[in-house]
Design a protein. Structure first.
Length: 275
């Protein structure tokens, strides 16, 4: 065998041995272990939604309004210096100073006290009245047995002052009466009355006006001299307050009486120490 054949045999033997060794390796090794599957990914559980309180929230308690500041204490003026304040309080009982044309501006307290005192006896003051008479003359119609009757137009002269009187705030009027009572009492004392007080006289004057009779219409008049008189002698004998209630007309008289009853009820309920 030549050297070349010997070398080829050697190489071939190495190839055979390598092949046998490789086959043996793969047989002994067995099948490759399978790759383990990836671990499952666990998603985090969603957090529970916060519970919703379905009950409505309580409304906040209302904040109370602050109490109004007390009015400053008012000082009662002396009687001799009371005209402006007293008249101003009377005017405040009607809107827009509508009573201004009817209320005098001098000796206001004294004149009202004197007028109330006279009215308690049924009389009307001829002078120094605390009020002004309605404008115009007595309205007369020519008819009836005497040829003269009191015209309904005469009643209209009193419509405005009566309406203002009826509209006055009774509660406010009573408060002003209580405020001014010391000066009313002082002025009443100047009249020399010692057996009664002004409050009693005021209530008596109201009772006199409430007792005024209703007159049959039309009202017959006569004129024996300068002044007109009622043709009915009994009517002519009536006290002055009753005659005035007749002259203002039945409807106006009814309004005045209604307001006087309201005032009297409030005056009767006044504390005794304020009378």
């Amino acid at each position: 065998m030549s050297q070349e054949q010997s070398s080829r045999g050697w190489i071939l033997g190495l190839v055979v041995v390598a092949a046998i060794a490789a086959g043996a390796y793969f047989l002994l090794r067995g099948s490759p272990e399978p790759t383990p599957p990836p671990a499952p990914v666990t998603e985090p559980e969603p957090e529970p939604a916060p519970e919703v309180d379905l009950e409505p929230e309580p409304e906040p308690e209302p904040v109370p309004e602050p109490a109004p500041a007390p009015e400053p204490q008012r000082e009662l003026p002396p009687l001799n210096q009371s005209d402006q304040a007293a008249r101003g309080d009377l005017l405040s009982l009607a809107p827009d100073g509508a009573l201004g044309r009817w209320i005098v501006s001098d000796e206001v307290v004294r004149k009202w006290v004197a007028a109330v005192n006279a009215a308690s006896s049924g009389e009307m003051m001829a002078k120094n009245r605390p009020y002004n008479n309605p404008p115009g003359d007595l309205a007369i119609s020519e008819e009836g047995p005497t040829g003269m009757v009191l015209s309904e137009e005469n009643y209209q002269r009193y419509d405005l002052p009566v309406r203002l009187f009826a509209m006055a705030d009774t509660g406010k009027a009573i408060k002003l009466y209580q405020f001014w009572y010391p000066r009313l009492s002082e002025a009443f004392g100047e009249l020399g009355m010692r057996d009664k007080n002004f409050h009693q006289v005021f209530l008596k004057a109201i009772d006199v006006a409430l007792a005024a009779p209703e007159a049959d219409q039309p009202i017959q008049l006569v004129r024996p001299s300068v002044y007109f008189k009622f043709a009915d002698p009994q009517m002519e004998k009536l006290p002055g307050v009753h005659k005035l209630m007749i002259r203002i007309g039945p409807e106006n008289a009814a309004r005045v009486k209604e307001k006087l009853r309201e005032l009297k009820a409030a005056l009767d309920n006044m504390p005794k120490q304020n009378q």
